[in-house]
Design a protein around this ligand. Structure first.
Ligand code: C5P
Length: 232
């Protein structure tokens, strides 16, 4: 899989999702399905989107004991998603078990990506709530290298971290980056943002874009602009 733009389908239900995706008459976009849509519609939403020809990043961020995560990942691999994820905080053993569960009998498997520290967790919360005293950027890179050691394919990170992740974990280790905005667009609640062209320049492998496409007057045109800037 090469560089691609993944649209974050942060919708409450299938009707809104399909009404949105019906606007795309050309290339079927790679889409991200998160907890809200998956928990409201169940696995059928994945089957329906696959049947419509979309690639799917199932963003469920698993985190449990290794055996439970292994079994859950096995279910997800049978759903035929293209990419899924977990929390690196679950430990290297949990990540290894996840990979085992995700690998199909023929040896193929979806890409498996780790979340390091959530961007909603800052230094203060990490120290006070989690009792982790190291600097947060060190923790993020440590979790990323744990994910690489476990054999995962990459991490979700800020585009600003892509270069460092590639330096620490290798060029082939994928960086999947949200926080993307057009130069002339609204930042919304995202703080550390980059344009699709900058994300390309800095070496992100995939960008995850929500509102700049979902809230655009012409979503297909906004998607086309992202693809042209990032993949062109
Ligand atoms: O609308 P927007 O482009 O901000 O959407 C970004 C998507 O990426 C959302 O689905 C959001 O939950 C997700 N995400 C993020 N920051 C992270 C991890 C995931 O914005 N650190």
């Amino acid at each position: 899989m090469g560089k691609d733009v993944i649209i974050a389908c942060d919708f409450a239900g299938r009707e809104e999702t399909f009404a949105f995706l019906d606007k795309f008459t050309g290339k079927k976009p790679f889409v991200k399905i998160g907890m809200e849509l998956f928990y409201s519609e169940g696995p059928d939403i994945v089957r329906e989107l696959k049947a419509r020809g979309h690639k799917i990043f199932l963003d469920l961020k698993l985190h449990d004991i290794p055996n439970t995560v292994k079994k859950a990942m096995s279910v997800l691999s049978h759903l035929d998603v293209d990419m899924t994820n977990l929390h690196a905080a679950g430990t290297i053993s949990m990540m290894e078990a996840a990979l085992e569960g995700l690998t199909r009998p023929d040896g193929t498997r979806p890409l498996l990506i780790a979340v390091t520290q959530l961007t909603s967790t800052d230094q203060e919360r990490m120290e006070k709530d989690l009792l982790i005293k190291e600097p947060i950027d060190k923790v993020v890179m440590h979790y990323a290298s744990n994910a690489a050691k476990a054999g995962l394919d990459g991490v979700v990170c800020s585009p600003l971290e892509s270069q460092k992740v590639h330096d620490v974990c290798g060029k082939g280790f994928l960086t999947v980056t949200p926080g993307v905005r057009f130069a002339d667009g609204d930042r919304g609640d995202q703080r550390r943002v980059m344009t699709p062209a900058q994300a390309k320049e800095i070496g992100s492998d995939y960008i995850v874009v929500g509102r700049p496409i979902t809230a655009a007057a012409d979503p297909a045109a906004a998607y086309g602009r992202c693809v042209a800037e990032f993949c062109g």
